[in-house]
Design a protein around this ligand. Structure first.
Ligand code: ZN
Length: 333
């Protein structure tokens, strides 16, 4: 396999705190011998576990970048046992453009793993993470939210894995993150995902969906910050008391959780995030955007549960995910 064109300006084995870059050559009209400089922080003390913290996998999701840039600016070497690698803006071109995908090659980083060292810019980023960062990690936390087109209840999530020992370790890490909701998540489209790459290497992996709409709130940023700290304590990298959160357990067991829009028009949500719904109940209506006097198209819940995700913009199109209804496994006491 040819080597990655990315060079790290930091040394992962150095004892102490380093702020630097992953330097990816990117020759273009406005910078002939230019490079993309992807920010990275590494802090290491002693021989404990390594936690890889990532955000900006999609460029329009902001809780993770805010929580991780603050952590990178505040963490000190003497409080760490082991190593923390912080990558707040994974798909850096997408993050700088405020977009889900890269403006350079339209790459969706979270559908690009394991990547290619001689591929597109997005493939090169994926390949470096796959071959140079993941082998170092014992725990990986990838912080997502809904971006501009989705909004979520704030949850941490794990996937159903064949290796039940690994899954139990992922579940324990998810509980340590301590989001208000904790989800066992079904992926409709798992090929090429970072999640799949990490899990297939046997690592402990937790992901999140903390909000959405292309911004972040004080509440959801707080969830991210407390969650990152909770996971670092759980991993044994930071000292501290585990946080005690009575997280509501949710499950997305099959494709029936998803409601896909089959029309174009003006979206009227009839339920909000966190509302409980019963099967057959009206979730939303889509109104004709071209003329008056036409009946709205009704979308009803396929199952009973809680509204865990919704389409965010006021206009919707055929094929958009309109809503996700999750099962409630453990309601709050
Ligand atoms: Zn995302």
């Amino acid at each position: 396999m040819i080597s990655s064109p990315i060079v790290a300006t930091i040394d992962y084995s150095f004892e102490g705190l380093q702020h630097g870059f992953l330097k990816l050559p990117y020759s273009r009209d406005d910078s002939a011998w230019g490079a993309l400089m992807i920010p990275i922080t590494v802090v290491k003390r002693g021989s404990g576990p390594t936690v890889l913290l990532t955000a900006g996998n999609h460029g329009d999701e902001y809780e993770g970048p805010v929580a991780l840039i603050k952590l990178a600016g505040s963490i000190t070497t003497r409080e760490v046992s082991g190593r923390v690698i912080i990558l707040p803006y994974m798909n850096y071109p997408a993050f700088r453009a405020g977009r889900r995908t890269s403006p350079i090659d339209q790459g969706n980083l979270n559908r690009t793993f394991p990547g290619k060292p001689d591929g597109t810019i997005t493939q090169k980023i994926a390949d470096y993470i796959q071959r140079h960062l993941l082998p170092l990690a014992d725990f990986v936390l990838d912080i997502h939210s809904g971006g501009r087109t989705l909004d979520f209840l704030p949850f941490a999530a794990v996937h159903v894995l064949d290796d039940k020992t690994q899954q139990a370790r992922c579940l324990a890490a998810m509980q340590a993150f301590g989001a208000p909701y904790s989800m066992t998540m079904l992926e409709l489209d798992s090929v090429g995902m970072f999640d799949t790459a990490v899990e297939s290497m046997g690592k402990v992996f937790v992901t999140t969906e903390l909000g959405g709409g292309g911004s972040a709130t004080a509440n959801t940023i707080g969830i991210a910050e407390r969650g990152v700290r909770g996971l670092l304590v759980h991993a044994g990298v930071l000292e501290g008391e585990p946080q005690r959160v009575d997280s509501i357990l949710l499950d997305m067991p099959d494709g029936n959780c998803f409601t896909t829009c089959l029309s174009d028009g003006l979206l009227e949500m009839c339920k909000d995030l966190g509302d409980t719904v019963v099967a057959g109940e009206l979730l939303a209506q889509v109104h004709d955007a071209t003329q008056t006097g036409m009946p709205a198209i009704a979308y009803c819940a396929n199952r009973s549960g809680v509204l865990a995700a919704r389409h965010f913009p006021g206009l919707i199109g055929c094929g958009d995910t309109l809503a996700v209804v999750a099962d409630i496994l453990h309601p709050p006491s």
